[in-house]
Design a binder for this molecule. Structure first.
Ligand SMILES: [Zn+2]
Ligand SMILES: [Zn+2]
Length: 334
């Protein structure tokens, strides 16, 4: 039986709508009929060739919500018909120092959905039973999809920022106000923090959107901020924002770089780092992040703002993301 899928044959080319065999679940895998798949900036980096190790040909997409339609041998965790989420991390070795220490996100042998194995820009996909999440009640498939990467990576970055934020009333700067930031601001506001949103110059839509979601101030990175930041999270893939954010940070504060790819960071004076300021990155996610974040999202509750695209419009979704043509998150509906 064939299915429709959007396939990347070569980096820096458009995805092509193809008819390919429906993947069958191997041992410990579930087969899922894809109900929705979020579009992430990482998908752009894969399609544009900035992430250089994709399997080819590849079906991208790693924020998948779907219904289980077949169980491979030995699957006990899930039942037919259950709705599950499939994130970026699709496997890890389980035995290395990172996996044993709770850092499977850093495993050298980790595998990633929509990068080394086929993802969710298709009618069906398969995933290992241990790398799927339950989707909390109250979320439709398309509303839940952006939680699986934008939400999870934002949450992981936020946890790192919390180390230099006071318990409440901290000042958090979000550089880049897209899918991840629009979810994370809801967590930060729920925790009682003040949020400044920094967008591309002139992106009034994103600034208005940030203010609607509770940002105290919104502008662009060239402007003088109303207060010093206790922590900053950079979602935009622009290395020049690192010294900019350091400059806005108070002593002891931290800049968290949350993207998988960033342009080169320009040289900067040690003065910007002095005063025990720090810079760190966030890599991938652990299953524990998902098990913590998804129930938290439902309890706040976090609202996802989405723009939907049909499967065959996946290239348009990627182009619109590149150009910043929507606020919130894009979701492909097969
Ligand atoms: Zn490992
Ligand atoms: Zn992602």
């Amino acid at each position: 039986m064939p299915m429709r899928a959007m396939v990347l044959s070569q980096p820096s080319t458009a995805l092509q709508l193809q008819s390919v065999p429906i993947p069958q679940p191997g041992a410990a895998q579930v087969q899922v009929r894809v109900l929705a798949c979020g579009v992430c900036r990482t998908d752009l980096h894969v399609v544009d060739g900035e992430l250089t190790q994709p399997k080819l040909p590849l079906i991208p997409g790693h924020q998948i919500v779907g219904t289980i339609t077949a169980l491979g041998a030995g699957v006990e965790r899930w039942k037919m018909g259950q709705v599950v989420g499939i994130p970026w991390l699709s496997g890890s070795c389980g035995g290395c120092r990172y996996c044993r220490g709770g850092h499977e996100n850093l495993c050298d042998d980790a595998r990633y959905t929509g990068y080394q194995i086929d993802g969710g820009f298709a009618e069906y996909t398969v995933a290992h039973q241990d790398y799927c999440f339950a989707i909390p009640a109250g979320y439709s498939a398309e509303q839940a999809a952006p939680l699986l990467c934008a939400g999870l990576i934002g949450y992981r970055a936020y946890r790192m920022a919390l180390e230099t934020l006071p318990p409440a009333d901290g000042v958090l700067g979000l550089y880049g106000f897209g899918a991840a930031a629009h979810l994370l601001i809801q967590v930060a506001r729920h925790d009682g923090h003040r949020v400044f949103a920094l967008t591309r110059a002139g992106d009034i839509d994103a600034q208005q959107f940030a203010l609607q979601l509770g940002a105290e101030w919104a502008g662009d990175a060239t402007q003088v901020l109303p207060d010093q930041l206790d922590a900053a999270i950079i979602f935009a893939p622009a290395g020049e924002l690192v010294p900019t954010a350091l400059r806005a940070l108070r002593k002891g504060g931290r800049v968290v770089c949350a993207g998988i790819h960033m342009s080169d960071i320009p040289q900067f004076s040690y003065d910007l780092l002095w005063g025990e300021r720090s810079i760190c990155s966030v890599a991938n996610l652990t299953r524990r992040d998902g098990e913590e974040f998804l129930p938290l999202a439902a309890s706040i509750p976090i609202h996802t703002h989405i723009t939907t695209y049909a499967l065959e419009q996946a290239n348009r979704a990627l182009d619109d993301l590149r150009a910043g043509r929507f606020t919130g998150a894009a979701v492909v509906i097969p």
